[in-house]
Design a protein around this ligand. Sequence first.
Ligand code: GRE
Ligand code: ZN
Length: 319
Amino acid sequence: MRTIGLEEHFVTEELAGYGASSAGIAQPGVWAEASRRLLDLTGERLAGMDAAGLDVQVLSLNAPGIQAEADTALAVSRAAAVNDLLAATIAENPTRFAGFAALPLQDPQAAAKELERAVTQLGLKGALVNAHTQGRYLDDPTLRVVWEYAAGLDVPLYLHPANGVDAAHVASGHPELTGPMWSWGVDTATHVLRLVFGGVFDDFPEAKLLLGHMGEGLPFVLWRLDSRWGFHNHHGIELARGNPSEYLRHNLFITTSGVCDAPPLLCALLALGADHILFGTDYPFEDMATATAFLRSAPVSEADRAKIAHLNAERLLKL
Ligand code: GRE
Ligand code: ZN
């Protein structure tokens, strides 16, 4: 079955330094191996895809990427350069790769224009955003222009985790809780709720948000969000769709990246529906063959498996 992965990371020598702050979250040997694999685009990566039966990787710059750059002008020039390189890589292997753009969100207008250039001139399929940009989240009013362009171009934004601005006090004294095992998922789910309650999807009802890691726990809590939203002081917020789950069912698309387990997949299927679940591996932080084996054997119908493996990606990304 044709299989397309949506969370497939790479890095360049020039940009590898941005990820150095994440090195402490992994065991040293594991980090070194992942770093080596991130730099390889067409060697071992293609061989691994062949071995795993992964036909297409939709490539994205590894977290935190350009967003960790404090110099706005440098962020703008480096985002353009890495998007050019990504497009050139795809042009050499057009049947095996597609890509999500990196955006210099430090400059919202420039980021919107870069998204437009990446989609209309470079053929990229949307953009991947790693958590906050210098402390700014995607519900920030200055970033509405990026949503405006994404909605206008009809491309998704993929929200990927990265280290937070700070660590929650509840994790104090527990550095093992900071990183992809726990805090990144909580932070990313919270970021999504900022978008819902911050009105992004009321301003852009057809905006499409991709989320990895089986939806970062959100599919599990739809009913409780609605129930407690009904109970809460709304602090002046009105949701055009009424309940938060309506946005998560309509605007949210999730990938299986980094989660090779049937119970959360079945939860997501019931909560969001088969049209909103897409395959991803989280390479090189997860093993491609493990991910494809999970997809092949997951207890879902063949019709749903085909949607997850490729049909949804072909529709959403116009592949
Ligand atoms: C990820 O993309 O999920 C990831 C990183 C860095 C370290 C671990 C990890 O970007 O899972
Ligand atoms: Zn990832």
